[in-house]
Design a protein around this ligand. Structure first.
Ligand code: MRU
Length: 345
């Protein structure tokens, strides 16, 4: 299966990425050659999606190594990029893995080695997405599916996680259409997932986030499937805000709710969801969009970018290594430890 577009390229000495804030109106590539520009691109969601953030974290180390391949500069760059957004674990672990891979080399080899690491990381990610899609087919019931946010090519550089499963189900003739939440406040579903589905020829039905519970209880979808930014060992999962509401509605309606994510999303440092750091974003993002304002000035906003769905509401976590089912603790740890032994090789 093929991703509908390329969204990321490692062209030493720059990282090239599609600017996701301009889609779907404009397909504009950013050329990033310094850490300040990379930090701004991550913070403002020009690049986003947990697996793609991991790739960008690794590219940050490569960019830093071009300027100063010394131990301190590489370690500092990995730490600095890893701090830009707190919830997606792979931003920090991708940067740290790239740093660890190059620190064992002579300084003059490090920049080239870091760019090679990035290219291999992308290839591995693409293979993982394919495996997630194959494994997802084994558990996803036939029928139409609801998804949230963007978990496609724009979020991984491959065919996507949840969206990869949806692509595979469509290719197998097991779903006729994909329901897509708009995903407020930044409209990742309405702008990005719909863009990918149109490019792939998969019928898409867009709904306001506020209509999701009505859709789920209407009997129109046989499953809900989303991605993840960080998964605790007990299966509690942080994903784009609104995911928890979908899982609660799905539990009420008896519709299975699935997470699709690479094993690298599991954080063995989080025993449960209370340990997952949640990013809060500005009031401006809720009160307007792209320079347009619809709320009066001077109001406060409560704007978490993510919420945590308890593992007990998740029918299965679909990974490239296999399917984890509740109770999650030992199964998730085993999947993580197996995969961690191969990270960066
Ligand atoms: C395969 S992407 C999985 C998640 O990163 C995705 O669902 C999500 O929540 C993205 O949030 P974002 O704030 O757009 O980076």
């Amino acid at each position: 299966m093929r991703a509908p577009v390329a969204v990321v390229a490692f062209e030493r000495p720059t990282l090239r990425v599609l600017d996701q804030t301009l889609l779907p109106q404009e397909e504009h590539w950013l050329e990033i050659g310094d850490l300040e520009t990379l930090e701004e691109a991550i913070r403002s969601l020009r690049v986003r999606g947990a697996p793609l953030l991991g790739l960008c974290g690794a590219a940050g180390v490569a960019i830093a190594a071009e300027r100063d391949p010394g131990d301190a500069a590489i370690r500092e760059a990995a730490a600095r990029i890893g701090r830009v957004r707190p919830t997606a674990v792979e931003l920090a672990t991708g940067a740290a893995a790239c740093a660890a891979a190059v620190l064992g080399r002579a300084p003059e080899e490090r920049a080239a080695a870091a760019w090679t690491f990035c290219a291999e990381y992308l290839a591995r990610r693409q293979a993982e997405d394919e495996a997630i899609a194959r494994n997802g087919l084994a558990v996803l019931p036939p029928g139409d599916v609801l998804t949230h946010c963007n978990t496609g090519t724009l979020a991984t550089g491959g065919i996507g996680t949840a969206l990869g499963v949806i692509r595979a189900a469509f290719a197998a003739g097991r779903l006729a259409r994909c329901y897509v939440t708009e995903t407020r406040p930044l409209l990742q579903g309405a702008r990005l997932t719909t863009w990918e589905l149109v490019k792939s020829g998969i019928p898409a039905v867009l709904l306001p986030d506020t209509a999701a519970a009505a859709l789920i209880t209407s009997g129109r979808v046989s499953a809900v499937v989303t991605g993840a930014d960080r998964i605790a060992l007990n299966g509690d999962t942080a994903n784009k805000v609104g995911t928890l509401g979908l899982a609660l509605a799905a539990a009420h309606a008896g519709v299975p709710f699935f997470i699709a994510a690479p094993v690298s999303t599991v954080d063995p440092g989080c025993a449960d969801g209370s340990a997952i750091p949640i990013e809060f974003r500005s009031a401006e993002e809720v009160g307007g969009f792209r320079g347009q304002r619809w709320s009066p000035g001077g109001i406060e906003a409560w704007n978490p970018a993510f919420d945590v769905t308890p593992g007990g509401l998740i029918a299965a976590i679909i990974t490239e290594r296999g399917i984890a089912r509740p109770p999650y603790g030992p199964g998730l740890r085993a999947l993580f430890e197996h995969a961690a032994s191969g990270f960066g090789t």
